[in-house]
Every structure is written in structure tokens, then in C-alpha cells.
Design a protein around this ligand. Structure first.
Ligand code: 5AD
Ligand code: SF4
Length: 463
């Protein structure tokens, strides 16, 4: 899920900037689960009297909410710690308390408090309730104030589910709601089962109350989040499809999106529910990872290429206007040119709106780390470039066929350019930039598609 952060403003806020408490700045990396967790952390600290810093260099405390999914993501964080420290030194400013949260905290624990880029505290994904106490200890100027206790808190806890306060998170007009944490799959390349632990569901009543709170605060759209939302289940009777029904029953809620669906759990009755409930947006993010059965088996993805494609065909047959997006890994151990070509075939067949593609990155301790990482880096780069080029070519065809169509969408934000334009998102998750004097966020508009650049369309407002 590393992929959906592009374009999301980081609206994490602790408390009013005017509060007298220590000022906290939260920087979020990685997937939307982290975006949501940062919002929950902001809420927890705000309730405890911490203030929000508008900029990192104005903060007393800098929290980096981190991602471990690829090696590169972790290196970036360590250099970020060095950069923050060096910048403060160079400008003669006091050093902030620096904390690492998220998957890296869980994976590396105390190690992060040693060596050149040592940080002051490390708090893993299930222990953010300890942050207010820990930070009080670390920021209290009074020598008689609370002492800092253990500064590394990691480990999985079944009791811990976060609920972010609704007023904190108008993210692109869609409100994130995490419905479960962790993952019970054991894809051999993936660090997530280690960092986020086994799958544990948020109680359906908690989910429904949270969404009712969002609607009461003016929200009209939610994105249900989890590593594997399609596998959400409560007891014998309530599965993800049943949850969609319950959420769709909330008065005032207009649109429901969800991320990420494991292809294996995208059941036919779930697709029928999506098709039946007008509120559920017809956009499926279903990571294929590879198009080769041999590689899928070695990845332990638990489906074949034929099963994946049958799932896509069925969704197309039953869900009107459905669109797809996916993640792919190139250069998995043992991936041959023939395997890779099969991935390209899947991309050509499905015609995704968007794919997020990654070079395989060996993660310590995962099952695939026992396989030789034998695709040389230049070859991984070549395959990545070819995959992106094929997707680009496929997308040119898909997007060109959309020119002249009339779509309905909702204004989600001001567009970066041109001045005065707004970004509209359709239920199928297509973005259209429209010139729109007087258009307000949340407003429904009709647009006619006039062009496109990358994955963003341009359009005119329909009269
Ligand atoms: N190397 C490269 N990409 C990975 N992903 C997960 N683990 C790895 C890894 N070790 C990708 C998958 C997943 C996305 C979030 O990140 O494609 O769907
Ligand atoms: Fe990782 Fe696989 Fe779980 Fe996704 S389904 S989080 S790739 S183990």
C-alpha cells in the first residue's frame, strides 16, 4: 500500500498551534495506514495538551512515522534524521526530540537509539498510547517533572485499535478509516506480517460509530483501509461484503472506497454487493505482483494468473464502470525474462488505470531472504522501465477512449495548476482538472473529458 500517498496533504495536527504545550511535527512516510495512524497520534497528543507545529524547524518534537517495505524507504529515514539534526546545528537552533514510529520502529527497535543517527524514542505501531507519557518525560523542562521511562516501546497488542478524530482528517475530501490492522498472509517478500503482526479486526460497532462521527462532522466520503480489507471478518456472519452493507446504511454518507483488496478475497458476492450498493465506488486496487504462476507460487500469493484474470473478468461483467489498479514487483528471486514477459501480458490484458511497480528489495528475516537475490540491479531497472513503458502505452489507449465522455464527480481539492481550477474525482477514481469558479469542495459536478496528462484528465464543466 505504499502507493497512494501521492497528492495527499499531510494534515496531521496535534492541537491548536496556540496551545502552550510542546510543539509536535509529524512527518508521514509509506502507506495510508501510516497516514491514518499519524492522524490518530495527532489526536492523542492534542488531547494531552501538545500543540501542533506548522513546520519541522519550529517543533520541539519531530515524529517520523516510517515504512519498512523496501530498503530504500528505511535509508531515507535515517538520512532524514541526520538532515534535521544538521540543519538545527547549522542554524544554531535547539535540537528537537526525535522519535521514530511505524514499521521501522517495530522492525529495528532499540537499534535506532544507537549509532550516528540515534533518535530519542522509538514507538511501534501498537503502542502510540504511550507517546503522550513518553514525550512529557522527554520535554518537561522541570527537573522535578516526570522522568523519561523506557524510550523504546514495541510489540503487538490485540487490544490496541486507533480511532482518529474526524475533524482532523479531510484528506482529499475522503476520510480514512482503518478497519483492521496487520496481515495474516505470508507473501514471502513482505515485511508487513512482521512489523504489523497478525490481522486483527476493528469491532464493527467502532467502525460504524467512527463513520457516523465523520458524517456528523460534515464528511461525506470514507476510504476503508487495511492491508487486506477484503478479508475483514467479524464472527461467523459478518464479512467485508456485509460490512459494506452496514456502512452504506449510514444516512448522509455518500461514497465508500476501500484499499487494499487481496485478489484471493475478492469474492463474487463481494463484487455483487459493490455493484448493488450505489455508494460503493467501482474501483478495485487488487495487487497482482506478478503475471507468472511460477513467481506467484514462490511469492506465496495463493492465486494463479488464470484465477486473477478470472476475478478481473467477473468484476468487469458485474460492476458497471469498474476500474482497476495494481502493484507489481519486478526482479523477484529467480524471475526469468519469460516470467517478466508474463507480467507484461497481464498489464496489457487488464488495462489498469494505474500501476505501482517496484524493484524487488530483500528484507531481512522474510522467507524470500533465503532465496538468492539473483536478478542483477541493472536488469531489475530495465524490467521496471519496460513495465512502466508498457503501462504507459496501455493507458494512452484507455485514456484516449475516454475523450468526449461525460462523467459525474465530486470536487476534492483545488488543482495545483492552472490557477482557479479544481480537481474532481469520479466514483471510478479518475481525476479530472476542471476550471471552476465558484466550485466548492464536496460539490457534485458533471464534466466532459477534453484531454489527459499522465493519469489526470482535463475537462469542462457540463452546463
Ligand atoms: N520489495 C519490493 N516491493 C515490495 N512490496 C512489498 N514488499 C516488497 C519488497 N520486499 C510492494 C508490493 C506491495 C507494495 C505495497 O509494496 O508490491 O503491494
Ligand atoms: Fe504483505 Fe502479502 Fe500481507 Fe500484502 S497480503 S501486506 S503483500 S504479506
Amino acid at each position: 500500500m505504499a502507493s497512494f500517498q501521492d497528492g495527499l496533504p499531510d494534515l496531521t495536527a496535534c492541537g491548536p498551534a496556540t496551545s502552550a504545550g510542546p510543539r509536535v511535527y509529524i512527518e508521514t512516510y509509506g502507506c495510508q495506514m501510516n497516514v491514518y495512524d499519524s492522524q490518530a497520534i495527532g489526536g492523542l497528543l492534542g488531547r494531552d495538551g501538545f500543540a501542533s507545529a506548522a513546520r519541522e524547524d519550529e517543533a520541539d518534537v519531530v515524529l517520523l512515522n516510517t515504512c519498512s517495505v523496501r530498503d530504500h524507504a528505511e535509508h531515507k529515514i535515517l538520512s532524514r534524521v541526520g538532515e534535521i539534526r544538521a540543519d538545527r546545528r547549522a542554524r544554531g537552533l535547539a535540537q528537537p526530540v526525535i522519535g521514530i514510529c511505524g514499521c521501522m520502529a517495530e522492525r529495528l527497535g532499540d537499534e535506532l537509539r544507537k549509532g550516528g543517527q540515534a533518535v530519542d524514542l522509538v514507538v511501534g505501531v501498537d503502542n502510540y498510547d504511550t507517546l503522550p507519557g513518553l514525550l512529557r518525560g522527554l520535554t518537561d523542562p522541570d527537573p522535578a517533572g516526570p522522568a523519561a521511562g523506557g524510550r523504546t516501546v514495541t510489540g503487538h497488542r490485540d487490544d490496541q485499535h486507533y480511532v482518529a478524530p474526524p475533524e482532523l482528517y479531510p484528506v482529499n475530501n475522503s476520510h480514512l478509516v482503518t478497519i483492521h490492522k496487520g496481515c495474516d498472509y505470508k507473501c514471502t517478500y513482505c515485511i508487513v506480517p512482521m512489523t504489523r503482526g497478525p490481522q486483527r479486526e476493528k469491532h464493527p460497532d467502532t467502525i460504524l460509530d467512527e463513520i457516523a462521527g465523520i458524517v456528523a462532522a460534515g464528511g461525506r466520503e470514507v476510504t476503508l483501509l487495511g492491508q487486506n480489507v477484503t478479508a475483514w471478518r467479524w464472527g461467523a456472519d459478518l464479512d467485508f461484503a456485509a460490512l459494506l452493507d452496514l456502512v452504506a446504511g449510514i444516512d448522509g454518507l455518500e461514497r465508500i472506497r476501500f484499499l487494499t483488496g487481496h485478489p484471493r478475497d475478492m469474492h463474487r458476492h463481494t463484487m455483487a454487493t459493490i455493484a448493488r450498493l450505489g455508494k460503493v465506488c467501482p474501483w478495485l486496487h487488487v495487487p497482482a505482483q506478478s503475471g507468472s504462476d511460477r513467481v506467484l507460487r514462490r511469492m506465496k500469493r495463493l492465486y494463479t494468473r488464470a484465477e486473477y484474470l478470472a476475478m478481473v473478468d467477473h468484476a468487469r461483467a458485474v460492476i458497471p464502470d469498474v476500474t482497476f489498479s495494481s502493484d507489481f514487483i519486478v526482479g523477484f528471486p529467480g524471475e526469468t525474462e519469460k516470467d517478466f514477459q508474463q507480467t507484461l501480458e497481464v498489464v496489457r490484458y487488464v488495462k489498469y488505470d494505474q500501476i505501482f511497480s517496484f524493484k524487488y528489495s530483500e528484507r531481512p528475516g522474510v522467507p524470500a531472504a533465503r532465496l538468492a537475490d539473483d536478478v542483477p540491479t541493472p536488469e531489475k531497472k530495465r524490467r521496471l522501465a519496460e513495465l512502466m513503458a508498457v503501462q504507459d502505452e496501455v493507458w494512452q489507449g484507455v485514456a484516449s477512449a475516454c475523450l468526449g465522455q461525460s462523467w459525474q464527480g465530486v470536487v476534492e481539492s483545488a488543482a495545483r495548476r492552472p490557477a482557479g481550477a479544481v480537481r474532481v474525482r469520479t466514483a471510478s477514481n479518475r481525476k479530472v482538472v476542471v476550471q471552476g469558479t465558484g466550485l466548492e469542495i464536496g460539490q457534485h459536478v458533471g464534466v466532459r473529458v477534453t484531454g489527459f496528462r499522465n493519469t489526470t484528465f482535463t475537462g469542462e464543466r457540463l452546463a
